[in-house]
Write a protein that binds this ligand. Sequence first.
Ligand SMILES: Nc1ncnc2c1ncn2[C@@H]1O[C@H](COP(=O)(O)OP(=O)(O)O)[C@@H](O)[C@H]1O
Ligand SMILES: [Mg+2]
Length: 272
Amino acid sequence: MFYVKVAFPSDCDGGPSEFVGKLMETSIEPMADPTIAEERVAFSVRGLTKVYGTGAAQVHALRGVDLDLHEGELVVLLGPSGSGKSTLLNIMGGLDRATGGTVRFRDNELTACNDRELTTYRRHHVGFIFQFYNLIPSLTARENVALVTELVAEPMPPAEALRIVGLADRMDHFPAQLSGGEQQRVAVARAVAKRPEVLLCDEPTGALDSATGIRVLEALADINQTLRTTTVVITHNAAIAAMADHVIRFADGKVASTETNPTKRKASELSW
Ligand SMILES: Nc1ncnc2c1ncn2[C@@H]1O[C@H](COP(=O)(O)OP(=O)(O)O)[C@@H](O)[C@H]1O
Ligand SMILES: [Mg+2]
């Protein structure tokens, strides 16, 4: 296992290509014991607030969120609709900006990044998976994955990413020829093919029945295990918490509780 120390983003004024150059020349420190990696904090969130709108129409979506997520963890973020889960994930993924407070990813304060730095962060470090798969209908599974791998320096071959999610025999199918669960697994392959350090999944099983949803969760757990990708899964489905290393309950724009899960279950053992 390797920990890649990245000079990012404060000295990356030259944009993505300069950043990739820096990434390739940075030191790689071997880490003998993977358990040490898991204790490193990947994300540190402090006093995070988000207010949408102005005046009477204001919505306080986040009301002071504090949390630490560790490298390599599979975290389930559980909470009712409207509690601020997506808002938090979007800020952690560099898709949206906070109103107040800080988010750090490793040594980088995301809340201090400019737009270009956030674009670089999203492109090279984060894989996103949303409830709806957002595949391009006129491209095959392989081509949908290949679109993303063209943007990064050392991607996984699209065929390998599709194999990881169990779609080796569906690579040349179009989205309309795939079930919902298979389409979502293409979306997982697309997110993973750029070898992100972080996978952010917003209701990845929200549009699926339980059997196909569980296959998607199995793919996510497998990726978390084998690639040690720090993974956050948002859900309002409490059954999914059983597969997490760490469960964060969200309510009314705040963390209501955090707990580690000593009896982590396989995704295949879940039911709802
Ligand atoms: N772009 C937006 N503009 C205004 N209000 C928003 C916006 N996005 C989310 N909200 C509001 O912020 C609150 C939290 O939303 P969200 O983070 O989507 O919650 P969750 O993902 O837990 O369902 C909700 O009241 C929602 O209506
Ligand atoms: Mg949401």
